[in-house]
Write a protein that binds this ligand. Structure first.
Ligand code: KIV
Ligand code: ZN
Length: 527
C-alpha cells in the first residue's frame, strides 16, 4: 500500500464544526451562552475553519450565542443556520452582523419522504423556495451554504437539479447531509462523484458533507466523500449530536493527518489542542467519552497486552500509528500545589484554555484554587479546568438556588435521612428533610420538596476527574420534569456534595426554562 502513497502537496479540507449547533441540539446537551463561548474559543484555538454557532431564529438564547461568538471569534467563519424562510434568514443575518467572516447556512428538505410528509411541497416548489432563500441570504452575506436535507435519500437527478439552481444564484458551498445516517461509504462516495459529474456548475461551489452516525458510519462516509472530491466536512467534537451523533471531528482530522499520502488532503487543525477540546465538550455537555473511543478515549493510546508492550518498547511504530502528543494526549501533568502562586495559575489557564484570564477572574479562581490545594495534595490540569468551569461559566441568570449546608446519615437496615439547605438569590434560606432509598435519593427528595418540582432521575453518572484517592468526583444527572429533560453537573472531593450540586444545577435549568417560556411547542423543528 505504501508504494502507492506518493508524496504530493495535499489539498486543503475545510473543517466546519457544528458542535454548538447540531451537537448541542441533542437532548440533555444544552449549554449556556458562557459555555458556548468557551467552546467557541477552544474551537478557534484548534483552528477550525467554520464554527456553526447556532440556529438564531430557534430561541433568543441561540440568537444571543451566535451574536456573542460572531463578535469575539476572529480566526474562523461563523455560521448561523436558517430554514428557507425570510424570518430565519433575517435572524441569522442579524445575529451575524458583527462577524468578520459570516456565513448563512440555509437548509431545506429535498427527499421524497420529507417533501411529502414534512414540507408538503412538490419538487418545483422546493427548487423555487431554495433559490429564493439563497437570493435573500446573498443580500446579507457573500458566503452562503445550502443543505438539501436528507440528501442521501433524495432522487439523484432531483438533487442535481436543486444544487445547480442554488449554485446559479450564488451558493458558495453545497452541503450533502446524510441526515438520518442511512448512507454507506461506497454509495456515499459515488453520490459525491455523481454530483461532480452531473451538476454543470459544481466548480463554482465547494462540496461539503454532513454525516450522522446511526449505522456507526459517519466518519467512514465523510472520508469516502473526501476521497470522491468533497472539500468540506461537517463534524462535531467527540461526535456528539442527535441520536447516535455526528461525524467525530478528531477522527476525521487524525485519519487525514495519519493517512495524508492516501487522501492527499489535509486540514489546518492544530491537533495538539484536540484532547483539551474533547475534555471541555465532554465536561460541559455531560456526555462522557467512552474509554475506547478513537483518538480521545482514555484507552486510545494504552498498550496493555504483553506482545504489544514488548514491540512498542522496542520501537513505537510497531503498534502505534499516531503520537499521543500530536493530539495533546500525553499524561496529565501534575501541575501545581498549595505553594504555587497567582502568575503560575494565570500561566496554566493560558496554556489550558488558550486565553489570558482577567485580573478579576484570576482573583476568584486563585481563592478557589487555594481551598482545593488545601484539601488535595496533587492538583492536575483537570482540576484547574473544573475550577474554571465552576467560576467562569456559571450563568447567574440561570441560578435560582445554590447548595448550602447538607447532612446525610444512614445505617444498615434503616432508611437514609437527609437535611438540605438551599440558598436563594436574595439571601433567603430554604431547608427540608426527607428519607430516600439511598443517601443520594434522600438528598434529591429534599431538593424536590424545596423546589416544588416533581422530578424523575433518568440518569446518574459519577466519574473521577483525575488519578488518586483524593480525586474530585464529577457527577452528571439527567432529570425529567413533566416533558422537559435537564442535565446538571457538579464536582467536588465529596461525591454526595457533587451529587447534590448536580441536581441543584439541573433544577436551576428547569426553573429557568419555565421562566423563559416553552421551547417545546414552538414552531421551530430541530433539523
Ligand atoms: O442533519 C442535517 O440534515 C442537518 C442539516 C441542517 C445540515 O443538520
Ligand atoms: Zn445534522
Amino acid at each position: 500500500m505504501s508504494e502507492s502513497e506518493i508524496e504530493m502537496e495535499p489539498e486543503r479540507l475545510i473543517v466546519f464544526d457544528t458542535t454548538l449547533r447540531d451537537g448541542e441540539q441533542c437532548p440533555g446537551a444544552s449549554l449556556n451562552i458562557k459555555e458556548k463561548l468557551e467552546v467557541a474559543r477552544q474551537l478557534s484555538l484548534l483552528k477550525v475553519d467554520v464554527i456553526e454557532a447556532g440556529f438564531p431564529v430557534a430561541s433568543p438564547g441561540d440568537f444571543q450565542a451566535v451574536e456573542t461568538i460572531a463578535k469575539e471569534i476572529r480566526n474562523a467563519s461563523i455560521a448561523g443556520l436558517a430554514r428557507a424562510y425570510e424570518k430565519d434568514i433575517v435572524a441569522a443575518a442579524q445575529a451575524l452582523e458583527k462577524a468578520e467572516s459570516p456565513r448563512i447556512h440555509v437548509f431545506l428538505s429535498t427527499s421524497k419522504s420529507h417533501r411529502t410528509h414534512m414540507v408538503k411541497k412538490a419538487k418545483e416548489e422546493i427548487v423555487t423556495m431554495a433559490v429564493d432563500a439563497i437570493k435573500m441570504a446573498k443580500k446579507y452575506v457573500d458566503d452562503v451554504e445550502f443543505s438539501p436535507m436528507d440528501a442521501s435519500r433524495t432522487e439523484e437527478d432531483f438533487l442535481a437539479t436543486v444544487l445547480e439552481a442554488v449554485i446559479d444564484v450564488g451558493a458558495t458551498t453545497v452541503n450533502i447531509p446524510d441526515t438520518v445516517g442511512y448512507a454507506i461509504p461506497e454509495q456515499f462516495g459515488d453520490l459525491i462523484s455523481y454530483i461532480k459529474k452531473n451538476v454543470s456548475n459544481i466548480d463554482r461551489s465547494i462540496i461539503s458533507v454532513h454525516c450522522h452516525n446511526d449505522l456507526g458510519l459517519a466518519v467512514a462516509n465523510s472520508l469516502a466523500a473526501v476521497r470522491a472530491g468533497a472539500r468540506q466536512v461537517e463534524c462535531t467534537v467527540n461526535g456528539i449530536g442527535e441520536r447516535a451523533g455526528n461525524a467525530a471531528m478528531e477522527e476525521i482530522v487524525m485519519a487525514l493527518k495519519t493517512r495524508k499520502n492516501f487522501y492527499q488532503v489535509d486540514t489546518q487543525i492544530e491537533t495538539k489542542h484536540i484532547m483539551a477540546c474533547s475534555k471541555m465538550v465532554s465536561s460541559l455537555t455531560g456526555f462522557f467519552v467512552q474509554r475506547n473511543k478513537a483518538i480521545v478515549g482514555k484507552n486510545a493510546f494504552a498498550h496493555e497486552s504483553g506482545i504489544h508492550q514488548h514491540g512498542f518498547l522496542k520501537k513505537k511504530d510497531t503498534f502505534e500509528i499516531m503520537d499521543p502528543k500530536h493530539v495533546g494526549a500525553d499524561d496529565s501533568e501534575l501541575v501545581m500545589g498549595k505553594h504555587s502562586g497567582r502568575s503560575a495559575l494565570a500561566h496554566k489557564v493560558k496554556e489550558l484554555m488558550g486565553y489570558e484570564i482577567s485580573q478579576e477572574d484570576l482573583d476568584i479562581l486563585f481563592d478557589e484554587f487555594k481551598i482545593l490545594a488545601d484539601e488535595k495534595k496533587e492538583i492536575f490540569d483537570e482540576d484547574i479546568v473544573s475550577l474554571i468551569h465552576k467560576q467562569k461559566l456559571e450563568d447567574d441568570s440561570l441560578v435560582t438556588y445554590r447548595l448550602g449546608k447538607f447532612k446525610c446519615s444512614f445505617e444498615t437496615g434503616g432508611a437514609p435521612q437527609a437535611e438540605v439547605e438551599l440558598l436563594g438569590k436574595d439571601g433567603a434560606t430554604f431547608s427540608a428533610s426527607a428519607e430516600g432509598d439511598g443517601p443520594v435519593d434522600a438528598i434529591y427528595n429534599c431538593i424536590d420538596k424545596i423546589s416544588g418540582l416533581q422530578c424523575k432521575l433518568l440518569d446518574y453518572q459519577v466519574m473521577s476527574k483525575t488519578k488518586g484517592q483524593d480525586a474530585q468526583g464529577e457527577v452528571t444527572v439527567l432529570v425529567l420534569n413533566e416533558t422537559r429533560e435537564s442535565l446538571g453537573k457538579g464536582s467536588s472531593l465529596n461525591t454526595l456534595e457533587a451529587s447534590a450540586e448536580a441536581y441543584v444545577d439541573a433544577i436551576n435549568k428547569l426553573l429557568f426554562k419555565r421562566k423563559s417560556g416553552p421551547v417545546e411547542g414552538s414552531d421551530i423543528p430541530g433539523p
